[in-house]
Ligand binder design. Sequence first.
Ligand code: AMP
Ligand code: TRP
Length: 335
Amino acid sequence: MEQQAKKTIFSGIQPTGTLTLGNYIGALRNFKLLEDEFNCIYSIVDLHALTVRQNPAELRKACLKVLSLYLAVGLDPEKSLMYFQSHVAEHAELSWVLSCYTYMGELSRMTQFKEKSAKHQDNINAGLFTYPVLMAADILLYQADLVPVGADQKQHLELSRDVAERFNGVYGDVFVVPDPYITKLGGRVMSLAEPTRKMSKSDPEDTYIAMLDEPDLIRRKLKRAVTDSEALVKFDIENKPGVSNLMSILSTLSGRSMDQIEADFEGKGYGVFKEAVADQVIESLSPIQTRYKEIFADKAYLEQVMTSSAERARGIARKTMRKVRKKVGLAALTL
Ligand code: AMP
Ligand code: TRP
C-alpha cells in the first residue's frame, strides 16, 4: 500500500565522460537521499548518447562505470530502479508515437539542439533533433510525477509536459504530466578554473574533480583552483566566486555552516583552506572509490543488477505502452 502512495521520480543520466564532483553533489548524493521517500527510477540513457559519435568500446565501458558508481554511492537496486534505456525497447517505441504528436517548430526552438548542432556541424543528425521526444518518452513511459532537472534541461521537460497534455487532450488521461523537482539539497558546483561557470565533464580536465580522481590529483587540482587576492575565507558569490565555490563544497560535504567555515579559517590564508577542502573531498569520495572498484570488477553482480532491473523496467513500460497502443488504435495482439 505504502509503495503506491509514493510519488515516482524519474531521472536520466548520459553515460558519457566521467562523473564529476558536481554530478555527485548535484545528483548522485541526492538520489540516495530520495530513495526512501520516493519511488526512484534512474535510467542510464545510452540511446541518447548515440546522438553524438561514440567509440563503441568506450561507451560500453562508460555504461558499466555509471551503473557501478550509482551502486557505489549506496543506491539500493531493490529500492531504486537503475537500468539501461536500451534494454527496454518501449522507449524507442513510445518515442516514435510521441514524435507524431510533436511539432517541428517545437523541436526547432530547443536551445540544446541549436547548441549541439553548432558544435557538431559535421553530424547534425535526426536523432539530435528528436532527442527531446525520446526524453519525453523516458519520462512518460514510467508515469513519473517528478523529474529532477538542472536549468539546461528545463526546456526539454516543458516539452514533455506539453506533449503529455496534448496526448491526454485527445485520448483521455494516459500519461501523468510530470513536474520539475527542485532539490533543496546541495547546490551547483562551479568550475575550478572559471568559478562563474558550472563544473562540467565536457570542460578541460583540470577544471573539474572526477568522482574517481586519485587523492593526489584532487589535492593538486584544488591547489590550483582559482580564488582571489584577498586571502579571506568569506562567502560572497558575487565578489569571491572561487572561494565561495570551495566553501560550498566543504559545507555540503561536511555539514558545516558557512559561518562556521568562515570562523574556522579566519586569518589562515588560502593554502590551509584549500588543504582542508581537499581533505574533505578525499574523505567523502574515497569510500565510494573503494566500493566502485569492487563493484566494477564484479561483472556477475553487475550483470545480475542489469538483468533484474531491465525486467522490472520492462514490466512498467509494457503497461504504459499497452495503453498507448490501444488508445491510438493499433490492433491488439495478445501474446
Ligand atoms: P550532466 O552531467 O550535465 O548530464 O548532469 C547530470 C546530473 O548532474 C544532473 O542532475 C545535473 O543537474 C547534475 N550536475 C551536473 N553538473 C553539476 C554541477 N556542476 N553542480 C551540480 N549538479 C550538477
Ligand atoms: N537530457 C538529459 C541530460 O542531458 C538526460 C535525460 C534523458 C533525462 N532522459 C531524461 C533527464 C529523462 C531527465 C529525465 O541531462
